[in-house]
Design a protein around this ligand. Structure first.
Ligand code: CA
Length: 232
């Protein structure tokens, strides 16, 4: 069996070495790079199973790399975990909106690092032409974005386009809380006047269709919603 490969783009040599050391010890094949531009080249060349991406980088910053990877069908399904420093919260949000899968904040413990990497690899997207291919399996609910299908306890349930986008987006970031405004802009979009702009209505509909698994979508009072993180 070939090893899973990870590209680490991080300019701080100490952190890069810690990352590489711990990932190699777990049996991954790791390629490290300090410069953003070269990092992007290596990712394109290796098409790894996962990318660990620092945000502040020489050459090309992490968000630009993220954007380039997501815009290219060859690389758009490669999971990205951002390696972030304190004070980069707005960049983290932007990175997640751009399609990054998760982030890990410095300083981190090797245990935390490996747990995050494993979790992201586990729910890795399957490669597809549009890059949106995703297959999530949570407690009897399967979300298959390639077939645009949700299966609840073995039965295919029909979702509207908006409902599907909503559950797909939430499920892609388990444990993350999103505000109603954020979900609205993400899911309904600015240009669509036909769809009901009350996100609660869509959430209600999604929950109804999830039946016994309705609790997978959690209400966070005063803030918004999140998809239950079953690893918690
Ligand atoms: Ca840096």
């Amino acid at each position: 069996m070939s090893k899973e490969t990870i590209v680490v783009v991080e300019d701080e040599v100490d952190i890069r070495e810690v990352l590489i050391y711990n990932l190699e010890r777990e049996g991954y094949q790791v390629f490290g790079e300090a410069d953003g531009k070269r990092g992007l080249e290596i990712i394109r060349e290796k098409t790894p199973d996962l990318v660990l991406l620092d945000l502040m980088l020489p050459g090309l910053d992490g968000l630009q790399i993220c954007r380039s990877l997501k815009a290219d069908s060859e690389t758009s399904s490669i999971p990205i975990v951002m390696v972030t420093a304190r004070g980069e919260e707005s960049d983290i949000v932007l990175g997640l909106e751009l399609g990054a899968d998760d982030y890990i904040a410095k300083p981190f413990s090797p245990r935390e690092l490996i747990a995050r990497v494993r979790a992201v690899l586990r729910r890795r997207t399957s490669p597809s032409i549009d890059g949106a291919g995703m297959f999530i399996d949570r407690e009897g609910v399967v979300i298959d974005s390639r077939r645009h299908k949700v299966v609840v306890d073995g039965l295919s349930v029909s979702f509207t386009a908006t409902e599907f986008k909503l559950i797909h987006f939430l499920a892609h970031h388990p444990g993350w809380v999103f505000t109603r405004d954020h979900l609205l802009s993400k899911v309904v979009g600015q240009e669509n006047f036909i769809v009901d702009r009350n996100i609660d209505v869509h959430i209600l509909a999604v929950r109804k269709k999830l039946g016994p698994h309705r609790d997978l979508i959690e209400t966070i009072r005063g803030i918004g919603y999140r998809f239950k993180n079953i690893n918690e």
